[in-house]
Design a protein around this ligand. Sequence first.
Ligand code: UD1
Length: 420
Amino acid sequence: MDKFKIIGKSRIAGEVAVSGSKNASLPLLAAMLLPSDETILHNVPTLKDTDTLIKLIAGMGVNIKKEGNTVIADARHVANYYAPYELVRTMRASILVLGALLGRFGEAEVSLPGGCSIGSRPVDQHLKAFEAMGAVINVENGYVKAHAPAGGRLIGCDFTFDMVTVGGTENVIMAASLAKGTTRLENCACEPEVVDLANMLVAMGAKIDGIGTPTMIIEGVESLHGCEYSVIADRIETGSYLAGALMSEGDVLTTNTSAELLHPVLKKFEAMGATITTGDNWIRAVMKGRPKAVDIRTQVHPGFPTDMQAQLMAVCCLADGTSTIIENIFENRFMHVPELNRMGANIRIDGHTAIVTGVEKFSPAPVMATDLRASMSLVMAAACAEGESIIDRIYHIDRGYDNVEQKLKALGVNIERIQG
Ligand code: UD1
């Protein structure tokens, strides 16, 4: 297993070009199964997770290739509707092929997902919605086996999600785009990645109203056509690098990104004392002195994103005062806390709340990456600690951060990959 060796202490400063969004790319890649001709998708990041989804789709017989950041897929011929455990277990988002397969072919067999170990993360809402659209679903031997009612097409319906789910909303809008009749979905996720998918579906000929709102109305069409589309910037990658500036009296300029995508995060950065300036496609964070303590509660969009919780916690660790962080989305998303504490942080957990008493500095330590986003909090903490830290299990980082070593080096971090 690869490790990172990081020698601090660094001032995190410089310019970094943000890649396309991981979380938007995954549903957009799954949506490439929907049209019966060629789709071209630009700005796809090079990541373990995007590779996994491309492999998954290729295994179904789709002619798909990635050239640089562009993926070209021709889904004219699909040989099977099967997503095997070997691929799905490495990435929960593989479940997104279920909606596309059921919508277009009326049939799918998809392994139940694995992925980040941040709580139990069921997919009951996805399945409940498909059932409401007439699908017959059986879960057998770890696989979801689903087929549409007689006639092979799902049937539009009214459905209210019991909770806001990003993947659930994405899965169901893909299926509903090709269903017979109109689907009215309530309590939809409004995250920018859901909006990006809906916009691509519209570019494929889908009829969707209410994009970016909790109520979406989808009038099913007989077929979708290919399109050329570009993935939005990764708001979490953007926020992760900007957070480095706050931890190190740094100065980080992120380009190829958009402040529109991360207002709640930028507001917190400002409350912590950073000077944030933005332009059409860039955001800069400049920090002088120690961060101020803040209170954060993760919420669905447009609230503070759970995927930035660990990185903000790393900033709070160095703040002047005590911060409170409440995790409302996932039940088990404080696994980075013991690791940050090993680096000298002072964090106490009480249920869904972390109480972070700021310390003056991190100390170097061997630590273990626990999930994708949490890994970045450890990398930044190591960069700010004076001396050598080793971060183990960085396959988590490789799942979600494009070109991470080069980008961190450009920001002044002394980082080296040790192959294991
Ligand atoms: C997506 C993101 C992930 C982010 C999360 C919340 C991708 C690939 N991943 O994950 O990075 O942290 O949104 O913004 O886009 N739930 C159920 N039943 C369901 C579905 C969800 O109980 O059927 C629960 C989950 O366990 C979790 C919460 O709802 O507690 C939110 O999950 P969801 O929004 O579905 O997250 P993902 O789509 O998996």
